[in-house]
Design a protein around this ligand. Structure first.
Ligand SMILES: Cc1cc2nc3c(=O)[nH]c(=O)nc-3n(C[C@H](O)[C@H](O)[C@H](O)COP(=O)(O)OP(=O)(O)OC[C@H]3O[C@@H](n4cnc5c(N)ncnc54)[C@H](O)[C@@H]3O)c2cc1C
Ligand code: FES
Length: 267
């Protein structure tokens, strides 16, 4: 039975993989079984009883290990909730709701190009795992080499990995969008039609990825973030402007959207 599960999940491990950035592994059998790439979970970021913070926080499902019934979350400390989450101990339990939202729609006939900037790589490793054994390209970007996330894990998927760092300390110097532009620009129109872009990262980066995809007439799906209170379509806290569609809810209509559905001037 697919659906969403409100469960307690045991912390299998937590480790710092980059400055202020943690990889959290949870034993969450139902979520591991039914999640698809691009979906997210809402986690109550404390292990003890109490109501502070009251709201759960949304996190992309970074990876699933189906046999072990584990899910991984890659998160950065930005405020109170994530600071508490970084302090959870192995063996403790967390309240987790998921899997939530709509994930990436993979098109088996097309060649995937995954574009992730900074922490935007979080939902893309699960997708890359599912694409293993096929053709495809992953473009990873970060400010500097020290902030590059999960390069080893992405390389193990067998897809071609290209890297861009803004200071040139690793891979191409510059932005992921420059690498994407060169990649798409080299292809004939016919080959471009076989490409599909999946992207996650900061809004200015996604806006640029959506713009490039549009100008090269390439299908593009983006994973968006918004402030979320409920994560299940009840509070209206995550509404975004979406062209002729009016408003969309990131939690239930997304977080993955066709890029051409988004009003990029308003977001
Ligand atoms: C669908 C979805 C998937 C996400 N996946 C991940 C993930 O995989 N890894 C990860 O680290 N983070 C992810 N986030 C963002 C994460 O939910 C926030 O960083 C977290 O809720 C912050 O909680 P906090 O209590 O630490 O920060 P707060 O104290 O609530 O806020 C601290 C700062 O972060 C900003 N902030 C908080 N929430 C958001 C948000 N949703 N969007 C933009 N800015 C925000 C606030 O404006 C403030 O400046 C995701 C968000 C969504 C909606
Ligand atoms: S977070 Fe409540 S409606 Fe989306």
């Amino acid at each position: 039975m697919a659906g969403r599960f409100d469960m307690t999940a045991k912390v299998v491990s937590i480790r710092e993989v980059a400055p202020e950035t943690f990889l959290l592994t949870l034993h969450a059998p139902e979520i591991a079984e039914y999640a698809v790439p691009g979906q997210f979970v809402m986690i109550r970021p404390r292990q003890e009883a109490g109501f502070d913070p009251l709201l759960r926080r949304p996190f992309s499902i970074h990876r699933v290990h189906a046999q072990q019934e584990h899910i991984e979350i890659l998160f950065r400390v930005v405020g109170r909730g994530t600071r508490l989450l970084a302090k959870v101990c192995r063996g403790s339990v967390l309240c987790v709701l998921g899997p939530l939202g709509k994930g990436f729609e993979v098109r088996p006939a097309k060649i995937p190009v995954l574009v992730g900037g900074g922490l935007g790589v979080a939902p893309l490793l699960f997708l890359a795992d599912r694409l293993k054994g096929g053709k495809g390209v992953i473009i990873l970007g970060a400010l500097t080499k020290g902030f590059l996330l999960r390069l080893d894990a992405f390389s193990l998927t067998g897809l071609d990995v290209l890297v861009a760092t803004e200071d040139g300390s690793f891979g191409n110097k510059g932005l992921v969008t420059e690498v994407l532009n060169r990649l798409l620009g080299r292809l004939e129109a016919e080959s471009r039609r076989q490409i599909i872009v999946f992207s996650c990262g900061p809004i200015p980066m996604l806006r640029a990825v959506a713009g490039l995809s549009k100008s090269y007439q390439v299908e593009c799906q983006v994973s968006l973030e918004a402030y979320m209170a409920c994560g299940i379509g009840l509070c209206m806290g995550c509404a975004i402007r979406a062209g002729r569609q009016g408003y969309l809810h990131v939690c239930k209509d997304g977080p993955v959207f066709p890029a051409n559905l988004i009003d990029w001037d308003q977001i």
